[in-house]
Design a protein around this ligand. Sequence first.
Ligand code: ZN
Ligand code: ZN
Length: 211
Amino acid sequence: MPESVEEFYARVLAATDEHGRLPILDNQMPGWDIFPYETDTLRLKPLQPLLDREPDRKGEDPAECSCQHGLPSSRDERVIWSNDRWSLLALEGGIPIVALLMPHAHHDLADLPRDLAAELGQLTVAIAAAVEALPSVGRCHVARYGDGGAHFHLFFFGRPARAGQFRGSTLVDWEENLPRLPLDVAAANATFVAETIATAYGGAVTPVASA
Ligand SMILES: [Zn+2]
Ligand SMILES: [Zn+2]
């Protein structure tokens, strides 16, 4: 029988100090050269107790999800590519591209129907290839968190080429602190990615207004 979360949590809590803080583990990622922070002055926030239950996310009730009114759902997102079932949205950011893939129908990852799940695999490959074809990108990072919104959304991050410090999962920590991309640069990158996907996979490019 897999352990309960209370058992998991009790073990973590047992590793905290008298202030409820876990130590920084230098033999784990904090000791890697790509870790963005200097560890001598770094400390973790005290561990908080478990929540009573998983909090509701945006769109947890499908009737109230923004997909009822069509994508995009916020002003800093814009659709750059779509087909009948999926849209790819570009977000503002400090790296060459941050894009979000979302199905038009209301699903989360764990309840995607098989046909959409199969297309997700093919689209993931096509989008990653298009992002990696950008001259300023060294690798496409792919992530699903799902803790904020119930409507499935998969992130694609274009990690700047030859930026050795930005490799790995802490790219997103760096990204939050990089200057925002100029609008014309973001538009040119988004258009290039959308056109590359349309050529390789199909679907339609959404014209992007540059500034
Ligand atoms: Zn939805
Ligand atoms: Zn999210």
